[in-house]
Design a protein around this ligand. Sequence first.
Ligand code: FES
Ligand code: FES
Length: 165
Amino acid sequence: MGFSTTFTVNGVTRTIELDDPRVTLLDLLRERLHLTGTKKGCDRGQCGACTIIVDGRRINSCLALAISHDGADVMTIEGVAQGDRLHPVQKAFLAHDGLQCGFCTPGQIMSAIGLIAEGQAGDDPERVREGMSGNLCRCGAYQGITEAVLEAQKFLGVADQRKVA
Ligand code: FES
Ligand code: FES
């Protein structure tokens, strides 16, 4: 039996036919939509490599069934930059060497964007480390990642205040 699901991915509405209701959002993004920026690490909710933003919240896409997210608004790493203009979180990761091999980086960046949007980042490195603890980095780039999130949070915090003013 076939199923159809429709959702918005990086601002574009997509309708996809599925022949298996057990397809995860991660597999759908990578294999059906060829959005391979979202990485498959453990495929069981333990590494954070597959983090995306769904309806404004960060989730592990390997644990999310595509069919349960009909109508959702999905943002992946491919939708973060505006053309050639990097997102402040991407810029901060580059500035602070928040990566080595880069495998975990899309998930780290999506998680950082989610953490900042939740208002949970603050200016305390310990809080940032805790908020990012679902995203593992086998290269151990944690120092740079924490610094990048702190800097981006400062920048985006100021931008938000300007928007409110
Ligand atoms: S691939 Fe999803 S948490 Fe590891
Ligand atoms: S940069 Fe290599 S796993 Fe994080």
